[in-house]
Design a protein around this ligand. Structure first.
Ligand SMILES: Cc1cc2nc3c(=O)[nH]c(=O)nc-3n(C[C@H](O)[C@H](O)[C@H](O)COP(=O)(O)OP(=O)(O)OC[C@H]3O[C@@H](n4cnc5c(N)ncnc54)[C@H](O)[C@@H]3O)c2cc1C
Length: 484
């Protein structure tokens, strides 16, 4: 019944986009709607298949926490599951932030109340886990209460770390889904924003509209976009907002008045060669410029100057012992004036987890990248943005990971071998225009792994339909009910 409701919702959305019913049904088949219903929803969960009993505590009730809880609840005959989550609106649809930033969605389209998506038979503790005692299978929440567990799942996402950018330190640590008064206050009327926070996405659209109005007066303006030197969630998002701004400027016929430049910390525009070549071509075709090996270090809000550390390697002295030249990293400070600045801030695991026994020197929760089991504590698992898994920080990765985690956790409860392995699959639908998306799917092989028999480096309208109409209900009703 629920499956039919989802299909109907997809179909209605497609028809709303101006397609005929026939075309919509055809697209549903091609773009994965039917595929997911037929292949995944029906086969994915064996309801109440295990009689194993244990107390499972999940830290974080965002996308991966709720999806995991729902699937465990579907799979266990007597589930005993507690979620610890402080935010009332945790299950936001974060990919929608990019659309908010370009005026295509509003905040209400992506913010949901956690309790509306809470699986049945789950206990929600509205609080934060603050201390971990993995030797004794317990943790402390900020109210001072101790919570015991048999199995623990860490699904606490990541934190935006503005303290690393000089001039923006007072914004502090920010979560994507929380209202950030501090961020709003510091960045209001400065031309600076970030879609990595919901309010920041709203501000991005305001700043974009302001820039368009100024460009209409004939003024020559500068738009600057950054990508930091840490792992980030959805590494494509900082470029997607640039592509969408390009589209908005074109709509108003003022593109020629705005110089647009992307400053990436990395030495590449994308980690997979095939997609990188496609992106470089797309940038050139749109007169969007880019600079590599530039890390944002400072923002002077008053004078509108972004300062980057530009770094590169040079050959040093010849080392006779190893018969090789030493490589020396050189740096230069680059000051860039801007009228519009979009920041992808440095990101990290929340300090209460990073600095605990279950964290690691680098911050993320160290797990076996295939089984998702903690490297030291066998009754702890982790997934989503906080897990130390290469390429793991997208909702697309979570869609694969949470099923693996549930299989392995239930097997551990039953005292059996862990049966499932995560293969590193991730997906980054790169929005290249309003109405066009390049569906970048890949895994640890760092090669394209397309799900459909189509050239994956092409920008296509059908992927726009997938991205803008199908992925949201698929996430909301499919993943959050533990089925897709
Ligand atoms: C702008 C943007 C665009 C994106 N685009 C895409 C895209 O196109 N495709 C895609 O697949 N993915 C995309 N993503 C990424 C995707 O949304 C995330 O990877 C996904 O939400 C990760 O889920 P999670 O459960 O790990 O973290 P979240 O959903 O962030 O949930 C983490 C939860 O943990 C809670 N928490 C934190 N600390 C504690 C604690 N100590 N105790 C208890 N609870 C705690 C938080 O309150 C939060 O609710 C995008 C993200 C952004 C921001």
């Amino acid at each position: 019944m629920k499956d039919k409701k989802i299909l109907k919702e997809f179909e209605d959305e497609l028809i709303k986009s101006g397609l005929s019913r026939r075309e919509a049904i055809k697209l549903l088949g091609l773009s994965g709607g039917l595929l997911f219903l037929n292949n995944e929803m029906n086969a994915s969960t064996t309801v109440n298949a295990s009689d194993a009993k244990a107390k499972i505590v999940i830290v974080g009730g965002g996308l991966s926490g709720i999806a995991t809880a729902a699937r465990l609840s579907n799979s266990l005959s007597s589930p005993n599951i507690t979620i610890i989550e402080p935010n009332e609106n945790s299950v936001s649809y974060q990919p929608g932030n990019t659309f908010i930033g370009a005026g295509l969605y509003e905040k209400k389209d992506v913010m949901y109340s956690t309790k509306d998506f809470l699986p049945k038979e789950i206990t929600l503790i509205k609080d934060k886990a603050v201390e971990f005692d993995p030797q004794n299978n317990k943790l402390l929440i900020s109210s001072g209460k101790t919570i015991k567990y048999d199995f623990l799942v860490i699904a606490a996402g990541l934190v935006l770390d503005f303290t690393k950018i000089k001039g923006l330190e007072e914004i502090g640590d920010v979560y994507t889904s929380e209202d950030s008064k501090q961020m709003n206050e510091v960045l209001s009327n400065t031309g600076v924003s970030s879609i990595y926070n919901m309010d920041g996405a709203v501000q991005t659209w305001k700043n974009m509209q302001k820039l368009i109005e100024e460009a209409k007066t004939g003024k020559k303006l500068k738009a600057v976009f950054t990508h930091p030197n840490t792992a980030v969630k959805c590494g494509g998002a900082p470029k997607k907002i640039m592509y969408l701004m390009n589209a908005r400027l074109n709509e108003e016929a003022v593109r020629d008045n705005v110089n647009m430049t992307f400053y990436a910390n990395s030495g590449k525009m994308f980690s997979v060669k095939e997609y990188e070549s496609a992106i470089i071509k797309q940038f050139k075709a749109r007169d969007m410029k880019y600079k590599l090996q530039h890390n944002l270090q400072e923002v002077d809000l008053k004078n509108k100057i972004a300062t980057f550390d530009n770094f590169w390697q040079e050959k040093g002295e010849y080392d006779e012992d190893i018969e090789e030249y030493d490589m020396i990293t050189k740096h230069q400070k680059v000051e860039v004036p801007y009228d519009f600045l979009h920041i992808a801030p440095p990101m990290k695991a929340a300090s209460e987890i990073a600095n605990s026994q279950i964290g690691s020197r680098k911050g993320w929760v160290p797990v076996n990248k295939e089984t998702l089991q903690h490297v030291k504590f066998k009754n702890i698992f982790s997934l989503g943005d906080i897990a130390a898994i290469p390429l793991g920080k997208t909702g697309g990765s979570v869609r694969k990971q949470y099923k693996v985690l549930c299989d392995n956790l239930i097997a551990s409860m039953e005292g059996k071998e862990m049966p499932s392995k995560y293969d590193g699959y991730t997906v980054c639908p790169i929005i290249t225009d309003i109405g066009k998306v390049m569906l970048a799917e890949f895994d640890w092989s760092m090669k394209p792994t397309p799900s459909f028999p189509l050239d994956p480096t092409q920008e296509r309208y059908i992927w726009w339909i997938l991205k803008s109409y199908i992925l949201k209900p698929m996430t909301q009703y499919g993943m959050l009910s533990g089925k897709v």
